[in-house]
Design a protein around this ligand. Structure first.
Ligand SMILES: Cc1cc2nc3c(=O)[nH]c(=O)nc-3n(C[C@H](O)[C@H](O)[C@H](O)COP(=O)(O)O)c2cc1C
Ligand code: SF4
Length: 780
């Protein structure tokens, strides 16, 4: 081989320096072109012809070259050999720069210079030790490189490759997801969007998506909404329970769900995560949830196209977010391929017996030490389970939110609140609808939930967005004795506060210190509490009746629940489609779950006093009476309690999608109930309208079994209930009935005697409510 022309050498040296200094490529390309020209002009000496071993490279192979630029990326590493040898191997020159004729090396040698991306997802079991991460400061990007990439590449065993060309990146649909409790993540996501929207080369505007509002997480994280999607996730961290837990749990569950594609996020062009946190107050858990999200997205097949950003909102805030967004925007424009290496089976290695305990920090090529992706943030992410947290810890925003609204939080997952009907009855201003329908004394009723969390995100729930959501119980659990004792104490302290309120009836006030009823609903899903049956037993031991309301999503708990004074199942919609729209259940098989619950009411729990609760929301669930009748046919409840959604105030926290137009008038509810009963009777089902509480827009349909000697017996004989319980014998709902008084019957209004009706200034109220967003009053 002839010595290389010193002019070429110096030109190459100059180009390399310019490139290194400015990160530019055009000048370098120009110099390479000039150098090439010199070589070409010297080709008369037959240099190219000397490469007699060279055969025509198949076209396909030429395309397999990753080097679509001329900047000398790491994709052009030789697979082995000394530095000298490496130096000799030239970059293939980038897309369109080389023709087959230009190749001067043997096929074998050429293969070692290229990376075949069709192998990008082939896996090889290897240990974490085998990987190094390279943080490229000039590009602010992190690459994950196998220590043995060259060897592995030669055997085609490892998926070392690049993600996509910048052309695809720029054409992408960019989704910016965020989850927020206090608004920082939403603001930050908007900043990211603003900074991306000004990148002219991007074809489409970025789309903001609130993770907490998504009906079905799988719509984005199992299915991908577009062919060219890039996901950016702006993720805060909370060491107390927050909606993100559910999101992370879902990602993990999807990964472990054998029915789903294990790597659904391969379909993404790529993803990146921006973590928000507070490094001063939570140094050990700084941004830990963004690490988890990043981890699971990678496990699900996502390709990280930009490094995980982590911002301390206390110190860095907006500036750092802008910086990160801008760098991300720059990266999208950059045509340098992104070296991507990730072994999907690394999880198996983690769990495998051959994995050794090892130092979790690794050295980057430039001497920086970076923690492994699974361990970033100083805390090892347990890939198999979420750590056990408190559902509503004292420092959590949910706690603050609830206590501000008068809730007393008991332990970490239960709550009590004094209901407005309890207050009203204490003041002689009327009782709740359960007084007219079933004879409960509102002034002696405690409204409680042992689970503030729920497995649905109903459109009418005012707490949607801040309340913990989960399919299953996954929190620290308080003992039932502890909950009851402290709930009673909290309830009595709230009653005590009423002593100075004008109009409080002394007799009722005194009796209120002996709670007689417990409405187990309030908010959340009480049946999720693992010790619910024990809790109900404790209530009964104290002669407190139990009114348990459940959302028909937990058949396994419903099946095993012990004796309840009255057992409710909420039927928020009559068809699968409507139920999904109204309840936004977390379970994919929500409809099957509801059907199973109905079957349980009809069979295993048929001894209980069962009630279907329908909350009517205009425009959502008042249309299909026939389907409601089918549900009644299936579950055969004792009663059907139909209640119009009512206005319970609006607040900035109220993010439901209802307006005043969704609140039905009393007349509309009556019409609904009358048609409903007609349909039931047409089908030969023995139901009729029994009682009402007009004030609450509430009407009771009862099975005609409760019409004894032509008189309705929808009320409960509470003393009898406790007597029967104490015998330990089996008994049914027919054994503790009491006659419905005249004033409570349908058509008589249901206003309990002994109270003074307060006439509301309807018009004034209507005006006040105009333009406000209502939530359905949560009536226990
Ligand atoms: C109750 C509570 C717990 C928190 N826990 C953590 C934590 O574990 N790690 C962390 O880095 N930041 C933690 N933070 C800080 C938040 O992540 C940070 O304020 C973030 O910006 C909140 O985002 P958001 O406003 O969108 O909800 C916590 C904040 C609160 C109020
Ligand atoms: S049953 Fe419900 S609405 Fe009635 S007093 Fe009890 S908590 Fe209040």
């Amino acid at each position: 081989m002839e010595p290389i022309n010193p002019v070429i050498l110096s030109l190459l040296g100059l180009a390399a320096s310019i490139y290194v200094y400015f990160g530019g490529r055009i000048s370098f390309l120009a110099v390479i072109a000039a150098a090439y020209y010199v070589i070409a002009s010297e080709s008369s000496n037959g240099k190219l012809e000397q490469a007699s071993t060279v055969q025509e490279e198949p076209k396909q192979k030429a395309h397999a070259c990753s080097c679509s630029h001329s900047g000398g990326s790491s994709c052009c590493k030789s697979k082995s050999g000394s530095n000298d040898e490496k130096k000799k191997k030239k970059c293939c020159g980038g897309k369109g720069h080389h023709s087959n004729k230009e190749k001067t090396k043997s096929n074998d040698e050429f293969d070692s210079l290229t990376i075949d991306f069709s192998d990008a997802f082939k896996t090889k079991k290897k240990s974490k030790k085998d990987r190094v991460k390279v943080f490229n400061k000039s590009k602010s990007s992190m690459t994950y490189v196998s220590k043995y990439a060259d060897e592995e590449n030669s055997h085609g065993l490892v998926k070392t490759g690049l993600t996509v060309s910048n052309e695809a990146l720029l054409k992408s649909d960019i989704y910016i997801f965020y989850s927020t409790l206090q608004g920082n993540a939403e603001r930050s996501a908007k900043i990211v969007k603003e900074n991306l929207d000004i990148v002219e080369e991007l074809e489409k505007e970025a789309i903001l998506v609130n993770l907490d509002e998504i009906n079905d997480i799988d719509e984005y994280f199992v299915e991908i909404p577009s062919e060219n999607a890039i996901y950016i996730l702006v993720i805060p961290s909370y060491d107390t329970d927050c909606p993100l837990d559910y999101f992370i749990q879902t990602l993990e569950e999807n990964f472990n769900d054998f029915r789903l594609d294990s790597f659904p996020l391969r379909k993404l062009v790529g993803y990146t995560v921006l973590g928000l946190g507070d490094s001063e107050s939570w140094p050990d858990k700084f941004c830990y949830q963004s690490n988890k999200v990043d981890y699971w997205l990678a496990r699900l097949g996502g390709r990280r196209i930009f490094p995980l950003g982590q911002v301390c909102m206390k110190y860095d805030g907006n500036d750092k977010i802008i910086e990160w967004s801008k760098l991300f925007g720059e990266m999208l424009k950059d045509d340098e391929p992104i070296l991507y290496e990730y072994d999907e089976k690394v999880s198996d290695a983690n769990n495998g017996e051959d994995e050794e305990e090892e130092d979790d920090t690794e050295n980057t090529s430039d001497g920086e030490t970076v923690a492994d992706v699974e361990d970033l943030g100083g805390k090892t992410v347990n890939s198999n389970s979420l750590e056990i947290k408190q559902m509503v810890g004292k420092t959590s925003p949910t706690y603050k939110n609830l206590t501000k609204q008068g809730y007393k939080i008991i332990g970490s997952h239960s709550g009590v609140k004094i209901c407005r009907w309890t207050k009203n009855e204490l003041r002689g201003k009327g009782s709740c609808y359960k007084k007219s329908l079933f004879n409960i004394a509102s002034s002696r009723c405690m409204e409680l939930t042992p689970s503030l969390a729920c497995s649905s995100k109903c459109v009418f729930c005012w707490r949607h967005g801040t309340n913990p959501v989960s399919k299953n119980w996954r929190w620290e659990t308080d003992e039932p004795e502890y909950i009851l004792e402290n709930a009673l104490e909290a309830h009595y302290s709230m009653i005590k506060q009423m002593r100075g309120v004008p109009g409080v009836v002394a007799d009722r006030f005194a009796k209120a210190f002996k709670v007689a009823h417990c409405a187990l609903s309030l908010v959340g899903e009480p049946i999720m509490y693992p010790h619910i049956s024990k809790f109900i037993e404790l209530l009964h031991q104290k002669d407190i009746t139990s009114f348990l309301v459940c959302n028909a999503q937990h058949p396994e708990s419903l099946r095993t629940i012990g004796k309840v004074t009255q057992l409710y199942v909420s039927i928020d919609a009559p068809t699968k489609q409507e139920l999904k729209k109204v309840d936004r259940p977390l379970y994919k098989d929500f409809w099957e779950r509801m059907m199973e619950c109905l079957d349980i009411l009809k069979t295993v729990q048929s001894h209980q006093r069962t009630v279907f609760r329908l909350t009517l929301v205009k425009g959502f669930n008042m249309g299909d009476i026939s389907s409601y009748a089918s549900l009644v046919e299936r579950g055969q409840p004792c009663f059907i309690e139909v209640k119009g959604a009512t206005f319970s105030g609006s607040s900035k926290d109220n993010v439901n999608s209802l307006t005043m137009q969704n609140i039905p008038y009393n007349e509309e509810c009556k019409q609904f109930v009358e048609s409903f009963v007609k349909e039931l009777q047409r089908r030969g089902l023995e139901y009729d309208i029994a009682a009402e509480h007009a004030h609450s827009n509430c009407i009771l349909i009862a099975n005609k079994k409760f019409k004894i000697n032509d008189e309705w017996h929808t009320h409960i004989d509470f003393d009898k209930f406790f007597q029967l319980l104490k015998t330990g014998e089996q008994f049914t709902y027919m054994d503790y009935l009491s006659k419905t008084p005249e004033w409570a019957l349908y058509g008589n209004g249901g206003f309990a005697p002994g109270n003074v009706r307060e006439i509301r200034k309807e018009k004034k109220l209507k005006n006040k409510l105009k333009n406000q967003t209502p939530s359905v009053e949560v009536v226990a």
